[in-house]
Design a protein around this ligand. Structure first.
Ligand code: NAD
Length: 456
């Protein structure tokens, strides 16, 4: 017997008491989350190191730090976002006033993956709190140290009557999904996304699906190749490639492909030394299963850089592959590990055709200083986000909604988009009583019709 219905009832009662609606409660919870991070940063970074071998610097840069930044941004804007937004009222509804009121949805379920297990639990939680909701958090069982840390710290800093952590894997999540929530925010794989959406459909619960996919990175000949190689290598090998928006593969123009591979090698050596296995800054694969899947993806390709593996340590070197067949497994599934195929192309049309022949990616990267090339790529491709002359960094702009399109997801969050995702935009029209236009009331006549046509 799962404890879910009992927890859910408690949260429903809290929501029904209206306590989560006030600005003070929302702000207080957000500051509680901030205090939790500031007072327990070492515990948070240790848990991430245990789960993924991430260095303290990397965890601060890509997990704890961005969450603190998001809290500051949301706290600074929350009062304004909560204000009813006036919109114009047409003459047919005069005298009257129209406005949009952001209304909390109720109890949200937030299901997180293991790759940024702290960030991807906390970021949607900020949106849920900001919009005045209760929430159940379900961290990933594949990053158990972070899951335990969240289950211990969240009740100590946030209102336990409104925010709860439920730990567990498929069974626990299946139990949660059987219940009716007011919103489900899921980050994870496309296959589990379908399970979540199917379960949500039974209750007509709206969903946000933050999924993955293969994010391409086009390298045009006119870019600064040294900078491109450094930025691609950084974004690909961050978290050992286990980043949903990492460049999955590179499409390099024929004229620069060989030089790009050389420069990628130089960057990898500059970041992690001659033997990345000994670098304290290079993380590990999350599990044996994941290690096996990613290692097998190398077969059939030419290893241009790296390629070393150690199963006992769940280590796969930062690896650059060439001679990759477009139909190989590595080009059919999301890599989600430190393997970077470099595929050559002859013209920008060819690169765009290659991308458009595949499902819509979560992100698309383009290294180019040519305005026509940029315009063409923006106009002729579809992706959740685009970053030009860098990669991954678009996620760090709070005013840019973050989310996928097509197979890479639906809905978006971060900053104002998070507030909107966890709110219902309630339309409110208030009419005055002092004048009542008789036109709409029967009996109708030709004269009334003439007047009607003037207004419509
Ligand atoms: P996953 O889909 O396997 O798991 C995500 C969550 O779903 C976990 O909490 C897990 O416990 C739960 N889950 C797993 N199987 C389930 C089932 N059968 N029924 C119900 N719940 C289930 O994903 P993952 O392996 O943790 O994460 C990797 C994927 O997530 C990649 O595809 C990656 O691209 C994607 N991702 C996307 C984003 C984004 O922001 N768009 C961010 C990170 C990861």
């Amino acid at each position: 017997m799962t404890a879910t219905p009992h927890i859910l009832n408690e949260l429903r009662q809290t929501f029904a008491s209206h306590k989560t609606r006030s600005f003070e409660w929302r702000r207080g919870q957000l500051l509680g989350l901030k205090a939790m991070i500031e007072e327990n940063e070492t515990d948070i970074l240790d848990a991430l190191h245990t789960d993924l071998g991430k260095s303290g610097f990397e965890s601060r840069m890509s997990e704890a730090g961005p969450v603190l930044g998001e809290i500051s941004h949301v706290v600074a804007h929350l009062k304004r976002w909560m204000r009813p937004r006036k919109v114009s009222t047409p003459v047919t509804n005069q005298p009257g006033r129209s406005m949009i009121v952001a209304e909390p949805l109720g109890v949200a379920l937030i299901i997180a993956p293991w790759n940024y297990p702290f960030y991807l639990t906390a970021m949607p939680l900020i949106g849920a709190i900001a919009a005045g909701n209760c929430a159940i958090l379900k961290p990933s069982e594949i990053s158990p140290a972070t899951s335990k840390m969240l289950a211990r710290l969240i009740p100590a800093y946030l209102d336990p009557a409104a925010i709860r952590v439920v730990e567990g894997g498929v069974e626990a999540t299946t139990g949660l999904l059987a219940e009716r929530f007011d919103h489900i925010f899921f980050t994870g794989s496309e296959s589990v996304g379908k399970i979540v959406m199917t379960a949500a459909a039974r209750h007509l619960t709206p969903v946000t699906l933050e999924l993955g996919g293969k994010s391409p990175c086009i390298v045009e000949p006119d870019c600064d190749l040294e900078l491109a190689a450094r930025r691609v290598a950084w974004s690909k090998f961050l978290n050992a490639g286990q980043t949903c928006i990492a460049p999955d593969y590179v499409l390099a123009h024929d004229t620069v492909a060989d030089e790009l591979v050389d420069r990628l090698e130089t960057s990898i050596r500059a970041f992690f030394g001659d033997d990345p296995k000994t670098s304290p800054d290079y993380p590990r694969l999350v599990s044996d299963k994941h290690f096996d899947r990613v290692s097998e993806l190398m077969s059939g390709a030419t290893i241009a850089v790296g390629g070393e593996t150690d199963r006992a340590a769940r280590y796969i070197a930062p690896t650059v592959l060439t001679g990759v067949d477009a139909d190989a497994d590595i080009m059919r599934q999301e890599i989600f590990g430190p393997l970077l195929p470099v595929i050559r192309y002859g013209s920008i049309d060819e690169a765009i055709g290659f991308i458009n022949a595949r499902p819509k990616p979560l992100s698309l990267y383009l290294f180019s200083n040519s305005a026509p090339a940029r315009d063409q790529v923006l106009a002729q491709t579809s992706s959740g986000s685009v970053c030009i002359n860098d990669a991954v960094m678009q996620v760090a702009v709070p005013e840019l909604p973050f989310g996928g399109v097509g197979a890479s997801g639906m809905g978006a969050y971060h900053g104002r988009a998070s507030f909107d995702t966890f709110s219902h935009a309630k339309s409110v029209l208030t009419k005055s009583e002092w004048f009542d236009l008789p036109l709409r009331y029967p009996p109708f006549s030709r004269t009334k019709l003439r007047w009607l046509k003037r207004f419509q």
